[in-house]
Design a protein around this ligand. Structure first.
Ligand SMILES: Nc1ncnc2c1ncn2[C@@H]1O[C@H](COP(=O)(O)OP(=O)(O)OP(=O)(O)O)[C@@H](O)[C@H]1O
Length: 339
């Protein structure tokens, strides 16, 4: 499988009153055709800013400072706004935690889907309407001909997210970025939306970047997971590697919150402390002050990514050959079968 998207040494900053906040610090990754990649991390770790930079929809004071983003070999960071407009929604699209980010409350939903279709595709209004009704059906809205004319307030939260998904897939994008799309929903509805995303992924072969703070949400969806902390990737691996063989203490902390994990270590039932201030990021390993296993070196020298397998790497000095051998405190209560 070739790489559809490739991000190289990306730095993204936000100008604030207090100074330049380094939200994304030297991130590189790739996404293959048809792959689902999860970006996992606590609030504020830089997941959303990273994904918004791919689409260049950063907040006003945000900017890509350095690095490259390639979509099928085409570099995006230096594209003029007009060309980026052709990519947004058509090649890469995004769904958000709150569907009202994209839905207009005073326009019938069908018309909004139609507009999304007509922005990028040449077809008659009648054809676009037909396509919009099909899309409503695809995302599981019953009576689509009738629902076409209704306004967002006439739908539940889960239904509104379905409509936002219909808009996002209206032009068959190659990449769909899903930014915590189920966080605001009830657990039962969450499951339905995840099932829908998985179904669409299989049906259309869309590649997905799924942002979440909840490892449980992506266990059955993602093939690969990257763990983000303080604007950097600290561990990356296949879903199985991250679940069963995590090496970074931060990943252990995230795993420990899963309901079927027995953690023999009280430190890990939650991650104490706060992430660092990214206006003046610390020297060394940004996680060190919160890491019970931190070594002296962590406080002054940043760990490189240590390679564990072809697909698995982690940035922790614990993987250095001279470091003390620490066993993972994570134990699953019973053998959990992923997928
Ligand atoms: N508009 C903004 N102005 C100033 N700082 C911002 C802005 N948006 C995000 N940030 C800061 O950038 C950093 C990364 O934020 P980001 O939203 O990407 O985190 P996240 O991991 O997606 O968390 P969340 O799940 O809470 O959105 C944080 O320190 C955040 O405070």
């Amino acid at each position: 499988m070739g790489n559809l998207l490739e991000v190289k040494n990306l730095f993204v900053s936000i100008n604030t009153k207090e100074g330049e906040l380094q939200a994304v610090r030297n991130v590189s990754f790739s996404l293959k055709k048809g792959e689902v990649l999860a970006i996992l991390g606590e609030s504020g770790s830089g997941k959303s800013i990273l994904c918004k930079s791919l689409l260049q929809i950063l907040p006003k004071n945000g900017f890509i400072k350095n690095g490259e983003i390639y979509l099928e070999g085409r570099e995006l960071t230096r594209l003029p706004e007009k060309s980026m407009n052709k990519i947004r929604g058509k090649e890469i699209s995004m769904i958000f935690q709150d569907p009202m980010t994209v839905l207009n409350p005073i326009i019938p939903v069908g018309q909004q889907i139609m507009e999304a279709v007509l922005t990028h595709e040449k077809m008659s209004k009648l054809e676009a309407k037909k396509r919009s009704i099909e899309l409503l059906m695809t995302v599981g809205i019953d009576y689509p001909e009738k629902r076409f004319y209704q306004f967002p307030f006439q739908f539940s939260g889960g239904m509104r997210q379905r409509i936002a998904i219909a808009i996002a897939i209206a032009c068959k994008p190659k990449v769909l970025i899903a930014d915590e799309p189920t966080t605001a929903l009830d657990v039962s509805i969450q499951r339905q939306i995840l099932d829908l995303i998985r179904e669409l992924q299989v049906k259309f072969g869309i590649s997905i970047i799924f942002i979440t703070h909840d490892l449980g949400v992506v266990a059955n969806l993602a093939q690969r997971i990257v763990v983000m902390y303080a604007g950097k990737f600290v561990e990356t691996g296949t879903t199985e590697e991250i679940f069963y063989d995590a090496r970074h203490p931060y990943t252990w902390g995230l795993l420990s919150s899963l309901p079927d994990v027995d953690c023999d270590n009280e430190f890990l039932s939650y991650i104490p402390g706060m992430p660092p201030n990214l206006i003046n990021p610390p020297e060394g390993d940004a996680f060190a002050p919160r890491n019970k296993y931190a070594l002296r070196i962590d406080y002054y020298k940043e760990p490189p990514m240590f390679k564990i397998t072809e697909t698995h790497s982690a940035a922790t000095w614990l993987l250095h050959k001279d470091a003390p051998k620490i066993e993972s405190p994570i134990k699953f209560k019973e053998c959990r079968v992923i997928r």
